[in-house]
Design a protein around this ligand. Sequence first.
Ligand code: ADP
Ligand code: MG
Length: 255
Amino acid sequence: MSKVIAITNQKGGVGKTTTSVNLSAALALEKNKVLLVDMDPQANATQGIGIDRNMIEHTTYEVLIDQVTIDKIIVHSNVENLDVAPASIDLAGVEVQLSNVRSGREQRLKKAMANIRDNYDYIIIDCPPSLSLLNTNALAASDSVLIPVQCEYYALEGLTQLLNTILLTQSVFNKDLTIEGVLLTMLDSRTNLGVEVSQEVRKYFKEKVYETVIPRNIKLSEAPSAGLSIFDYDPSSAGAKAYAKLAREVVNRNA
Ligand code: ADP
Ligand code: MG
């Protein structure tokens, strides 16, 4: 059985893409067949895992406008067991292009993935920083959502809105959608703030919060420019250890 997990939070810069790429790589290293689906027009996940722009013929954009089937866009990454459904800036136009479509436009990704789902153990969807049609497509296509929360002031701000979106998606498009987990990211252990914020988040989300906390780690921010996951960039880094631990928690929750 495959599991589809959307990495979502409408706030930008909270670690969605970093988590999408490195959780995908960690799961693939543990011998799971993984597909990373890029639903962000910024295509940071696509580039971050080293998919060369010039090598991409088709992207999730063409899938969403029904021009090609998803199997036509999937490419192998340099990580064994990790495939990628790449994105491009064209994705930004989907909302406008589908504005006249009356029915089913929120379900396009789900429909597109139906035939390939079973080829994978995990499908990880990197979501854009907005509550848009792209995000709705991701949530409608997913079994669960993983919410990265940055350990900073106002961490919880906006989460009520996100939870409302999840509830709305449940009631209209996807009644089985669950919360996979809440991930504390970019913890700076030298400050009390991070500790306070993580306590606050744990009080709110309780056992949904992963034991693993992703530390602020320079290697995690450098790896994308090399087009590498943290495991190929610096496997001994604190970031690599944290994402490997997160992957084990994700697998255990789904065992
Ligand atoms: P989002 O996808 O939510 O916008 P990103 O994953 O792109 O967030 O992260 C935002 C920025 O922070 C990026 O430059 C990224 O490299 C950096 N970053 C993410 N996680 C960490 C971390 N744990 N430590 C240091 N830098 C990080
Ligand atoms: Mg991102």
